[in-house]
Design a protein around this ligand. Structure first.
Ligand SMILES: C[S@@+](CC[C@H](N)C(=O)[O-])C[C@H]1O[C@@H](n2cnc3c(N)ncnc32)[C@H](O)[C@@H]1O
Length: 282
């Protein structure tokens, strides 16, 4: 007979210490309930073959194992909810922006975009479907590439597989779904090579974005990720994202995520329901 798993009794002081350290490492607030956190710790203890909480807590010194364990714990506790074309208006704004970019004056020699906090990849693939449609319509020779970054190794791994259940694919508008979602083995749908060959996913912590080797993007999406950071970090991250845009580039945050921020060299774009900015100089 299966025995019910025992959720460890976490002392309030231990829990506070763990959450405080997690906050220092990821800069994010963990909104999970104490029970969920305790259950997650129990899962880690089981995976590591540990029987008591003190042995688990003793891992968190300054060693390499401690850093690895922080990553494992963060991976389990971060909220990765996402879907294709999650905020449809943002993608209409993107389509309009790309059409204007390709239509006005000399065409750029290449086009690049970034999904920061990409979760399981749907955001980057949605951006890529919009971009590829616009490019193939008017400038089929133009090279484009997109990158997605996330703190979760598991999310990055899933994103790289480019496989999604039928249920997830229904959020993709029909014109893109028919063109860019093929059939994989079994019941899954696979992102077409025209998209997956030009999209790449990397593990990266937004708290260390100042040392990330990414720059000169035409478009950056950072949606539904900043909400987990403290306000000061939110502003710092947005400034860092803007630094990585080309002049004339566009940044789209989640609806209502502007945190009353207006940095230098940016102008808010008037697009109903979308929190979009363009970089005007610098
Ligand atoms: C709610 S999801 C949003 C996914 C997608 N952008 C969307 O709007 O559908 C938030 C993502 O942010 C990631 N995240 C949390 N903290 C992060 C950090 N410090 N650096 C990078 N990514 C982080 C999480 O792993 C998660 O995948």
């Amino acid at each position: 007979m299966a025995t019910a798993r025992r959720v460890p009794e976490l002392r309030r002081s231990d829990l506070d210490l763990l959450m405080q350290k997690l906050h220092t490492h990821a800069g994010i607030r963990i909104d999970s309930t104490e029970n969920v956190i305790a259950g997650t710790i129990q899962n880690r203890m089981t995976s590591l073959g540990l029987r008591d909480v003190d042995s688990y807590l003793s891992i968190f010194d300054d060693s390499i194992s401690a850093r690895a364990e922080w990553l494992a714990l963060m991976d389990l506790l971060t909220v990765k909810e996402t879907r294709f074309f999650r905020q449809p208006d943002a993608y209409k704004c993107l389509a309009h922006y790309v059409d204007e970019l390709l239509g006005a004056g000399p065409a750029p020699s290449e086009l690049s975009f970034w999904s920061a906090g990409c979760s399981y990849g749907q955001e980057l693939y949605s951006m890529a479907m919009v971009v590829e449609s616009a490019v193939s319509r008017s400038k089929p020779w133009l090279q484009w590439h997109g990158i997605g970054t996330d703190i979760s190794f598991n999310a990055i791994h899933q994103a790289q597989r480019a496989l999604y259940p039928e249920d997830a694919v229904r959020f993709i508008p029909a014109e893109y779904r028919e063109r860019f979602m093929g059939y994989g083995q079994s019941e899954e749908r696979i992102v077409a090579e025209a998209i997956s060959a030009r999209t790449h996913f990397f593990h990266s912590n937004l708290l260390h974005v100042d040392s990330a080797p990414f720059a000169d993007f035409n478009i950056i999406f950072c949606q539904n990720t900043l909400i987990y950071f403290e306000r000061e970090w939110q502003r710092w991250i947005i400034d860092q994202l803007v630094k990585r845009l080309r002049v004339g580039g566009m940044l789209i945050l989640g609806a209502g995520e502007d945190v009353s921020w207006l940095g230098q060299n940016v102008r808010r774009l008037q697009w109903p329901g979308v929190c979009a900015y363009t970089k005007t100089g610098g």
